[in-house]
Write a protein that binds this ligand. Structure first.
Ligand code: FAD
Length: 233
């Protein structure tokens, strides 16, 4: 083990992977548990930096950011939904990790969280890589709250429900999803007054950038009513 890996193990928090379950064609549901998950300061919408390959043959310290799908302070568990579309190191880690494995992490952190719990309406937009994040945000809002949504998935087999088995967000199944279609779809859901709505956009960088531009220029949404967080380029 390299010096960097050994140092990382000393400064990072550690948990044990207790469950690894494929929940969609390209997504694994991972559950961590352990005493380092006690007294974690967590706000729904925050993320975790996960470090892996610490003892791997390449001895390369790798870090990827994942949204916390759910944190349970009593059970000392934390859940993630990790996608494999990328086929990169993070995807391979999710495919290969097994119950009993150690996982090293830092966090929670991040600011892609709900700012105002009292807006007139909310609009949650993204793709499958941001789905668990959007579910965590949706759970913060009352059931009766006016919430518009659209999650881009290439196939139905890529869609998965929230942890309670429900599907509280709308999906668009398509190869490509231009920003114009995203906004046409939420308009069709009944979003008429964009100026009194808070928008949260996560996922592909192009989706975040283009949707944000359209909302600012065509829908006159002010910058402080809009949060866009690219999850991948
Ligand atoms: C705030 C934040 C929260 C995130 N939350 C999650 C989460 O909850 N779940 C999750 O799976 N990922 C999440 N991500 C993305 C995650 O951090 C990794 O970037 C992603 O998993 C790819 O890592 P990798 O090592 O597998 O591939 P990389 O080596 O990083 O990328 C390999 C290639 O795959 C492409 N790629 C990456 N993601 C996708 C994708 N979704 N679809 C198609 N191509 C892609 C890249 O552009 C690159 O060309 C989040 C990112 C951020 C910034």
């Amino acid at each position: 083990m390299g010096l960097l890996d050994s140092l990382a193990k000393q400064v990072l928090k550690r948990a044990t992977i207790t469950c690894v379950a494929p929940i969609a064609q390209h997504t694994y549901h991972l559950t961590f548990q352990g005493p380092d998950l006690a007294d974690v300061q967590y706000t729904p919408g925050q993320t975790l930096n996960v470090f892996f390959d610490l003892s791997g043959p390449e001895a390369a310290l790798r870090k990827r950011t994942y949204s916390i799908w759910q944190y349970n302070a009593e059970a000392l568990t934390l859940e993630l939904a990790v996608c494999t579309f990328s086929n990169g190191p993070g995807a391979r880690w999710a495919q290969q990790c097994r119950p009993g494995d150690d996982v090293y992490f830092h966090g929670p952190g991040g600011k892609f969280i709900l700012d105002t719990p009292t807006a007139f309406s909310y609009c949650l937009l993204g793709d499958v890589s941001a789905l668990s994040h959007l579910y965590a945000l949706r759970r913060q809002l009352p059931q009766a709250q006016s919430v518009f949504s659209l999650v881009h998935a290439r196939t139905e087999a890529d869609c998965f429900p929230d942890l309670d088995g429900t599907y509280p967000l709308h999906f668009a199944i398509a190869d490509q999803l231009p920003a114009t279609e995203v906004l046409a779809e939420v308009a069709a859901q009944g979003l008429s007054s964009a100026t009194s709505c808070l928008f949260y956009i996560g996922g592909a960088q192009t989706l975040c950038v283009e949707t944000r531009q359209l909302l600012r220029k065509q829908w006159q949404v002010s910058a402080n009513h809009l949060k866009a967080k690219p999850f991948w380029k």
